[in-house]
Design a protein around this ligand. Structure first.
Ligand code: ZN
Length: 344
């Protein structure tokens, strides 16, 4: 007897952040998901960015007619369209509100789901404000070599939009983890957080920065565990990062998703899954112990992923230096974030 609708035994969905996405580099992924009977969530940027120095400048936005038509068609096919902020770089209040209105005009409603993007100043409760532990806040600032001034929730800031977030959004993503089954670490999901009142409900996700990380996350053992435990997987990834080459989906990704859809899973978009969970568990206030564990798990996973990325970069650079017959450049300190890398 499954514990999800349609007698399904586990839930799986994806939130695809729109970083570096174009019609060409994500459309084959959406055709694959549709063929497999999955419906997921895609974030978009409604407004183009005039900053040609942006790490994300190759991304398309709703201002590209071709991309807008593609995304509207995705919605018609049952995919959920969500917010990733107004654009790929920071937006002050007027621009953020314009972005929300553009989304409403394009899709007929405001987005239910929002995910903060990279280092945008208008991010809600981002940076060290994602956690409450004073020690973790200090550690976070020390290890993440970026600014820590996120002000979407700060009423006196020119980046403030907390009132609009509370009025129009339902769910915002905060912490992400290295495990596929997010219900293990955050069983009270979606949850309400009294210290972060401008967001109605929060959710957590498993982090997979790109195609390689996604394939590692979805290995058979993790799929077995998810099914056996009747778990919930919400994978935060970027389909624009390596899932499609020359119009073809990565063969390993296709194999893993095909195997997953042969299992008794409920494959609906993030908003629909969270609505269903919320109806079953009214209240949704996060127990103190669960929140404490989530914060430390998040930071531990962040450091591990940073270390693993550093090792992979070092191996790649050693390999290419050896190939060129040159010495390896000196190693750099652990960086949890590189150019174009969103903090998970
Ligand atoms: Zn992003």
């Amino acid at each position: 007897m499954g514990s999800f609708p349609e007698d399904k035994r586990f839930a799986f969905t994806i939130i695809d952040d729109t970083d570096v996405a174009t019609v060409d580099n994500v459309l084959p992924m959406y055709r694959l998901l549709e063929r497999l009977g999955m419906r997921t969530t895609k974030t978009v940027w409604p407004l183009a960015c005039p900053d040609l120095q942006s790490n994300f400048v190759s991304s398309q936005t709703l201002e590209d007619p071709e991309y807008r038509d593609f995304v509207v068609d995705l919605q018609d096919r049952g995919f959920e369209i969500a917010s990733h902020g107004a654009s790929m770089e920071s937006s002050e209040r007027a621009r953020t509100l314009e972005g929300l209105e553009r989304m409403r005009a394009t899709f007929g409603r405001y987005p239910a789901v929002h995910a903060n993007h990279a280092n945008n100043r208008e991010n809600l409760y981002w940076g060290s404000a994602r956690v409450d532990s004073p020690l973790l806040r200090v550690l976070y600032r020390l290890t993440l070599h970026v600014h820590d001034a996120y002000e979407g929730h700060v009423e006196s800031s020119r980046y403030w939009w907390g009132d609009a977030a509370r009025a129009h959004l339902r769910y915002v993503r905060n912490l992400t983890f290295a495990d596929l089954d997010v219900s293990r670490v955050n069983p009270t999901m979606p949850y309400h957080d009294r210290r972060r009142p401008w967001v109605p409900w929060w959710f957590s996700a498993a982090d997979a920065e790109d195609c390689a990380a996604f394939n590692r996350l979805l290995q058979r053992r993790a799929q077995n565990r998810l099914e056996r435990r009747g778990g919930i997987a919400i994978v935060a990834t970027h389909f624009g990062k390596g899932f499609v080459t020359d119009g073809r989906v990565n063969a390993e990704t296709e194999r893993l998703l095909d195997a997953l859809t042969r299992r008794p899973g409920w494959f609906v978009p993030v908003g629909e899954l969270l609505d269903w969970l919320r109806e079953r568990r009214p209240g949704g206030l996060l127990p103190t112990g669960e929140w404490r564990q989530m914060q430390w798990r998040w930071f531990r996973d962040l450091v591990r992923r940073g270390l693993a990325d550093s090792v992979r970069r070092a191996v790649r650079s050693a390999a290419s230096a050896a190939f060129r017959g040159r010495p390896t450049p000196p190693g750099s300190a652990v960086r949890l974030q590189g150019p174009g890398r969103s903090p998970p």
